[in-house]
Structures are given as structure tokens and as C-alpha cells.
Ligand binder design. Structure first.
Ligand code: ARG
Length: 573
């Protein structure tokens, strides 16, 4: 249940009875200081302004009217008319044992565009943020009961493929096996680039291949398909390692829209949205004019007839709105593509490819930086392959786990190291405010202290070990909760706020809000455990059971919350 929604409903009813206009919201929120109670209703001031009356008096009237029986232990009015509400322990205890129902009343069809690596090369760190942030949001919306459709807009159709096909053709003609030639995509890319730069005949052939490929030449398509399959297999392996829910059925690559591109441009031209400009077809957007008032140009067809990234994105957005019936379309793409996304959104709506009611959202993010404050690179300045990064994460985690533990067997250690290493990399990214750049730092992300995955995973194992010691099964444990100590109350209140946090993240798409919540929850659990003994012999059995229940619910929420971030837990570490 959501306490916030419950209180909001009660205040709305009271305000309605007092004939306060319905556009005045109770402005209900968690209090940020304990002296202001647990929740605050700050709507009296706004309402008083509208009604031209005294805010404190109005707050008093609202308080007299509102029904908080069995919910609040104490209420008071502070300052000009803030209403502070302190919840009653009994209410919290009862709410915690009621089955929680997070599913929303009106599920939406939400298309989520994330990861979208280019298939010409191996997946590198540049794809990490889109992949894990997008995946976390997909999980969160799905948990809420939204109808989520994942779309992996892979780049498989650009001009580079002419060069790569040419290289494959060449190597095969020299007797090379395709699997062998493509065993290292990075090396293969370098070889073809070298040929392209050094040999004009090779370059001409590469350019001709692009045209042949895009017009459906069967030989070219066959070579291209071989290349693409290897590259997709490589990405699938990375998704599996990352515990990311992208599957083959979510791949809707650029090439899938090839057949629509002519229609898109014709349609834009017919509506006079696209016009000829120096031989190319361009959409000029006054809506996105620069500071001199010049419209923002978006090329949709080059003078030679070729289509662009923007054309494909227009076809994709039309498909998502019309075919997939999306009501909300989310894009998790680097902030550097912000203008591109704006152009696609504005044009999509103007051209009628997307109905006005559809919410188009670009959730941008900053760059992953090295400790030197420059974009994250290898020691020699190359791009870091994702596969190498993840391997290093697991190796480092393994070392840490080995230092801490000697009673686990080798296989257990490897499994824990996998969850800790991958969890650490993902969490370090998710816990930062998405829109900022962030510094990638092995030591801080793998620390067992502070706002890190290992800290949260450790908190979970602590709870498991309490139950092991008590020789009680954690899963399915139920007992009546009694709240007496402050630490018990604070923990209970936090636990009850989980669904509000989920709702907020689902609306705003900032996963760090959930990370902060889980971190605060773990810290509250730790201090609860310190102050409120459970397994000591002088603790009355009813109290012990009630505390075990608080611990069990904490474990369940921690596990659920981490799962929404795509991070696994373990029983021991
Ligand atoms: N392939 C693109 C890149 O690597 C990302 C694709 C994002 N999705 C989209 N619909 N444009 O930059």
C-alpha cells in the first residue's frame, strides 16, 4: 500500500467537504526532518491564497475535518500552515503485514528503446549506460504492471557495412573460414579499415557494396547476414553476463526499417515538411530554431539518394506509435544525441506519424569518465571492450571475496564474485544522477561501505545469516509486528515507502532514486539490528518474532529492489 496515496485521499476528501476548489492539492509529502512528523500536507497555504483567507486558520479547519482515525498518532500545524502528521505505530505494523499491491489501475503500452549497439564493432563501454539504465526502467515499469515493449534499435545498416562486407569477401576468397575471420570483430574491423584507407579499389568496392546491400543484392545480403549473426551472438553473451533482459525478439535493427524509408521521405515531402536543399531533402524546424532564429535542419535524404539515422528513427517512431500502439516511448540515449531526438520528436508529431497524446521522452545521460576526468579509455587510449571490463569486474570481486572468506568452495566463490562484480559495475552507474557524467572507479564501486552494490548485498546476507542462526526459514516467514523502539518505527516506515519510490522512478526514469532508497533502507536496517536484539536469550519471544518479521520484510524489499535494478543477491558472501 502507499501511505502517501492514502493520506492524500483523506486530505482531498476533507478539502472537498470544506468546498476548497479541487485544483488545490493537499501537497502531501514525506517530511524531511523528524521534528515535522512523518508526512506533511502543505496545501493549506496555496488554498488559502486562492480563497483569500488566513492559511493557519484554514489548516486548522482541514485538520478538524480530515479523518485520520487509526492512522495518525499526532498532528500539528507549524509555521504559516504546514500540517505535520506523525503516524501511529499500530497502523504501521498493520500496514506492513497487509499484502502489498503495487499494480496500477490503467496500465500503458510503453516502448523502451535501449542499448542499440552498432554491430560493426564489439560492444564497448559507450553502450553500458543505455543498456543498464534502460533495463532497470523496463523492469520497474513491468513490475508496476505496465505493458513494456523492449526495442533494441541495433545499428546494422550504416555505410561501414559496405567496407566490412568487402573485407569478408576478400578473406573468404583467400580461403579463410568465416567463423575464424570474425572470431575477433575488433581485429576484423581494423583490417578492413586498413584496406579501405590504403586501397582505392577496395574503397570503391566498399561504397558499391553499400548501395547493393541497401537495394537487396542477395550476395551482399548473405555476407552481411554472416557478419551480423556473429556480432549479435557476441552482444547476446554480454547481455547474459550483465543480467539484462534483452532477447532476440527485442531486436528491431535499423535494417528492419529499410523498406519504409522511401515512404517516410515521400510523406514528408507531400506535406511540405521536407524540402529540397542543395540536392538533399531537409526538414527545417522553426520550433528548434537557434539563438539567431534560424530553423534547425534535419536531413532525411542525401543528394545521392541515401537515407540517414534520422530517417530510420522517423520510421521507427511511426512503427512504435502505429503498429505497437505505444502510449509512451522512452529513449535511453547519450545526451549528445539530444538535438537529434528533439528533431525526431517534433517532426514525428508534425507529420502525424505519432498522435499528440503519445508521450515521447528522451532520457539522456552523461558520459562515463576515467579517474583522470576524461572519457573512460584503455591505458593506451583505445575504447574499452565491455567483455574485458566485465571480466575485470569479476576478477577483482573474486579477489575480495577470497580475502574475506575461507569456508566457501571454489564454485561458490566464483558465483558470488560474478554477482558482486557485475552488481558493482551496474550499481555504480545506476546510483549516480543519470544526467551527469560520472567517474568510473573500481575501488569505490567494490567497497563494502557506502552506497554500493556490495554493501546492499552484504546487508541482505546479514539477514539471511540471522535466520540461519535462528534455524528459521526466511522465505515465507510471517509473524505479528509490534513497534516500540524508534529504530523499529523508522525501518517500518521506510519499508512502506517502497511502492512510492517505484512509482516515482517509473514516472521520472531516474534509477538513482531507487538506489538511494535501498541504501537508506540498508542503513536503517543496520541500526535497527544494532539497537534491537533479536536472538539474545533475554528478548521475549513475541518481540523476537516481530523483529524477525521486520528483518524478513527488509530482506524481501532489498531483494526486490535490487532485482528491479537487475542486480542479484546471495545468501552468503
Ligand atoms: N546505435 C546508436 C548509437 O550507437 C544508438 C541507437 C539509439 N536508438 C535510436 N532509436 N536512435 O549511437
Amino acid at each position: 500500500m502507499s501511505i502517501k496515496n492514502l493520506l492524500n485521499g483523506r486530505f482531498q476528501a476533507a478539502m472537498q467537504q470544506l468546498e476548497i476548489p479541487s485544483e488545490c492539492s493537499p501537497l502531501l509529502n514525506q517530511s524531511n526532518k523528524p521534528e515535522f512528523g512523518d508526512y506533511q500536507a502543505n496545501g493549506a497555504m496555496g488554498a488559502a491564497k486562492k480563497l483569500k483567507t488566513n492559511p493557519r486558520e484554514l489548516a486548522q479547519k482541514i485538520l478538524e475535518q480530515v479523518d485520520l482515525d487509526g492512522i495518525a498518532a499526532k498532528t500539528d500545524i507549524a509555521g504559516p500552515g504546514f500540517i505535520n502528521i506523525t503516524l501511529c505505530n499500530h497502523f504501521l505494523a498493520k500496514a506492513l503485514t497487509e499484502p502489498s499491491n503495487q499494480s496500477i489501475a490503467n496500465p500503458q503500452i510503453v516502448v523502451i528503446d535501449y542499448s542499440g549497439p552498432n554491430l560493426a564493432k564489439e560492444m564497448h563501454v559507450g553502450h553500458l549506460r543505455s543498456t543498464i539504465i534502460g533495463d532497470a526502467i523496463a523492469r520497474i515499469l513491468e513490475y508496476q504492471g505496465q505493458e513494456v515493449i523492449r526495442q533494441n534499435h541495433m545499428g546494422d545498416w550504416g555505410t561501414q557495412f559496405g567496407m566490412l562486407i568487402g573485407e569478408l569477401e576478400l578473406q573468404l576468397s583467400q580461403g579463410e573460414q568465416a567463423e575464424l575471420a570474425l572470431s575477433d570483430l575488433e581485429v576484423f574491423y581494423q583490417q578492413s579499415k586498413k584496406h579501405f584507407d590504403a586501397d582505392p579499389a577496395f574503397a570503391d568496392n566498399a561504397r558499391a557494396n553499400v548501395v547493393k546491400l541497401q537495394s537487396g543484392d542477395p550476395d551482399c545480403l548473405k555476407l552481411w547476414q554472416q557478419f551480423i549473426s556473429v556480432s549479435i551472438a557476441h552482444n547476446t553473451e554480454i547481455y547474459k553476463q550483465l543480467n539484462v533482459g534483452l532477447k532476440a525478439e527485442h531486436i528491431k535493427p535499423e535494417s528492419a526499417y529499410n523498406k519504409d524509408l522511401n515512404t517516410i521521405v515521400d510523406d514528408l515531402a507531400a506535406q511540405q515538411l521536407a524540402v529540397e536543399s542543395e540536392g538533399a531533402k531537409v526538414v527545417f524546424l522553426q520550433e528548434l530554431a537557434d539563438k539567431n532564429g534560424d530553423p534547425s535542419p534535419m536531413i532525411v535524404q542525401k543528394s545521392g539518394g541515401g537515407f540517414l539515422y534520422a530517417t530510420t528513427d522517423l520510421a521507427a517512431i511511426r512503427y512504435r506509435a502505429n503498429q505497437l500502439k505505444a502510449e509512451r516511448i522512452l529513449y535511453f540515449i547519450d545526451a549528445r544525441q539530444s538535438l537529434h531526438m528533439k528533431q525526431v520528436f517534433v517532426t514525428g508529431k508534425k507529420a502525424g506519424f505519432v498522435a499528440d497524446s503519445v508521450s515521447l521522452e528522451h532520457h539522456a545521460f552523461g558520459t562515463m569518465m576515467g579517474k583522470d576526468g576524461k572519457p573512460f579509455k584503455t591505458r593506451t587510449g583505445g575504447t574499452v571492450k565491455l567483455a574485458d571490463l566485465l571480466k575485470e569486474a569479476m576478477d577483482r570481486a573474486e579477489q575480495l571475496v577470497r580475502e574475506k572468506n575461507n569456508d566457501l568452495d571454489d564454485q561458490e566463490i566464483k558465483e558470488i564474485a560474478r554477482k558482486v562484480g557485475i552488481g558493482a559495475v551496474k550499481y555504480a552507474d545506476l546510483c549516480k544522477t543519470r544526467t551527469n557524467d560520472y567517474i568510473f572507479d573500481w575501488d569505490s564501486m567494490l567497497s563494502f561501505e557506502g552506497n554500493t552494490a556490495p554493501y546492499l548485498q552484504y546487508a541482505y546476507t546479514r539477514i539471511c545469516s540471522i535466520f540461519r542462526k535462528a534455524e528459521i526459514k526466511l522465505e515465507g516467514f510471517t509473524a505479528k509486528i509490534n513497534i516500540g523502539e524508534t529504530q523499529e518505527k523508522q525501518l517500518a516506515l521506510k519499508l512502506l515507502q517502497f511502492n512510492d519510490v517505484v512509482e516515482q522512478v517509473a514516472a521520472e526514469c531516474y534509477p538513482h532514486t531507487l538506489c538511494n532508497y535501498l541504501y537508506e533502507l540498508s542503513s536503517l536496517f543496520m541500526s535497527f539490528y544494532e539497537h534491537c536484539p533479536i536472538l539474545k536469550s533475554d528478548v521475549p519471544p513475541e518481540t523476537a518474532k516481530s523483529r524477525l518479521q521486520l528483518a524478513a520484510t527488509s530482506a524481501a524489499i532489498l531483494k526486490q529492489g535490487l532485482d528491479l535494478l537487475g542486480i542479484e543477491v546471495m545468501e552468503k558472501m
